[in-house]
Design a protein around this ligand. Structure first.
Ligand SMILES: Nc1nc2c(ncn2[C@@H]2O[C@H](COP(=O)(O)OP(=O)(O)OP(=O)(O)O)[C@@H](O)[C@H]2O)c(=O)[nH]1
Ligand SMILES: [Mg+2]
Length: 430
């Protein structure tokens, strides 16, 4: 199983239904009052954590999610139905970012957790809502608000229980392959593994249905904590694991000393993150089937005793000692007590924050046109039916009380200059 931990998707929330413009027709009544109903809300796009998903693989084939539109309002004050929200299942640990702004929209860490990622548009109001003492028979209704559209970047930090660290070619992938159904690439050259691979380990002997997840990451080398080699990008995956299996090549077949290797890798881990350095380690001395391994193992045992860590002689090739290692890992995981999660300070976007919605800014584009921007004003433009004189008059009224003419004049606007708001373009006239 190739593990994908980053992908992009597009979400399009539903548009609000349009408001209706209509009048009551009753027997003996020439023209009744306005009776156009409001449109319904468009579908929100809601992400929900599903405990049956482990990867973002599904998103490779399904890259776009679109919510239904709200129903239009109708005559006789009938409201359009709200659209059902569109649920998108994601695995636990998915971080959702706006791909265009980089803003974190949600950090989905709990089973069942939900987050509104794109809001459906509000339904347009029917003409009944616009009746007042000055205008008892308005002929216009609002259009539905467009739903939010976003390009997203999804990131999944592997929620592996065990992380494998060690120099290239010490046999990390070979170990994963020997204890799980995962089939990572294995070869004698360095950096065979270039992306993390997850393996689900069945703890046969130890418990009946017990499993844990092991993450194979690219090999680390000197300077890894500063970005040398490939391992650096993947160390963040190890941050969320509970236990580290530190693998050394006991045979020293590549000319390095496994005792040195152990200290060097730990130095890199410590520079990268204190949190990783505090993780309990289990030392796996691999390639015990090769000559010279026994001798080095003697010294590695002394090291383990001095460091107070568990040590296992194994051969991923012959599977010698592997079951003992797995049983021990299972036991450590069983006794594992979660370290209190420090505040990571991920700022999560709040879909309901009202701040600055009314703020209006005016800029000039390259051709000298005036660009008026502001969330609530852009929304008003999108929801106004400019084909209806009355709707246009209402728009002009709101424009005036917001003082936008004055703001434009301050910026030096002249008769016949062009003004853009959202998708609309106007000619400025006094
Ligand atoms: N004799 C012997 N060879 C082994 C053993 N484990 C792994 N190898 C060999 O060592 C080489 C490297 O193994 P990998 O499992 O690819 O090593 P890795 O640590 O995943 O390497 P990178 O992905 O490059 O970091 C391969 O040629 C394996 O066949 C072992 O227990 N005994
Ligand atoms: Mg590998």
């Amino acid at each position: 199983m190739q593990f994908i931990d980053r992908t992009t998707v597009k979400v399009i929330a539903g548009n609000g239904g349009h408001g209706k413009s209509a009048f009551r027709r009753e027997k003996f009544v020439q023209k009744g009052g306005p009776s156009g109903g409001d449109g319904g809300r468009g579908a929100d796009i809601i992400f929900k954590v599903d405990n049956n998903m482990n990867t973002l693989l599904d998103f490779r084939y399904h890259r776009k999610f679109q919510g239904d539109n709200g129903e239009n309002g109708d005559i006789k004050n009938q409201y359009g139905r709200n659209a059902e929200p569109c649920y998108v299942k994601v695995p636990q640990g998915t971080l959702v970012k706006d791909a265009d702004t980089g803003e974190v929209l949600a950090d989905l860490t709990e089973i069942g957790q939900e987050a509104v990622i794109a809001k459906g548009g509000r339904g347009g109001r029917g003409n009944a809502k616009f009746a007042n003492s000055a205008n008892r028979a308005p002929t216009f209704a609002e259009l539905g608000e467009p739903g939010e559209t976003r390009n997203l970047q999804l990131e999944l930090k592997l929620l592996a229980d065990v992380g494998l660290v060690g120099y290239p070619s010490v046999g990390k992938s070979s170990l994963v392959a020997s204890v799980s159904a995962a089939r990572p690439e294995i070869a004698e050259y360095h950096f065979t593994t270039i992306t993390p691979v997850l393996g689900v380990v069945n703890v046969g002997d130890y418990g009946d249905e017990k499993t844990f997840v092991m993450a194979d990451i690219p090999g680390l080398i000197d300077g890894a904590s500063e970005g040398v080699g490939l391992g650096h990008d993947f160390l963040r995956h190890v941050e969320r694991t509970k236990v580290i299996i530190h693998i050394v090549d006991a045979s020293g077949m590549e000319g390095r000393d496994p005792v040195d290797d152990y200290y060097k890798i730990n130095k890199e881990l410590k520079i990268y993150s204190e949190k990783i350095a505090r993780r309990p380690q289990i030392l796996a001395c691999n390639k015990m089937d090769l000559p010279g391994a026994e001798e080095n193992y003697g010294r590695l045992k002394e090291l383990a005793a001095a460091e107070g860590i568990a040590i296992f002689p194994i051969s991923a090739a012959t599977k010698q000692g592997v079951q003992e290692l797995i049983n021990h890992v299972a036991k450590v995981l069983d006794e594992y007590v979660e370290e209190p999660e420090e505040e990571e300070g991920v700022k999560v976007y709040d879909a309901n924050a009202e701040e600055d919605k009314d703020a209006i800014t005016i800029t000039r584009d390259i051709s000298g046109d005036f660009v008026v921007s502001g969330k609530s004003l852009e929304k008003l433009v999108a929801m106004t039916n400019f084909g209806n004189d009355e709707a246009v008059r209402r728009f002009q009224y709101i424009w005036r009380i917001k003082g936008i003419d004055k703001l434009l004049r301050e910026k030096g606007i002249k008769e016949h200059d062009t003004v853009h708001i959202g998708e609309m373009e106007f000619e400025f006239r006094d």
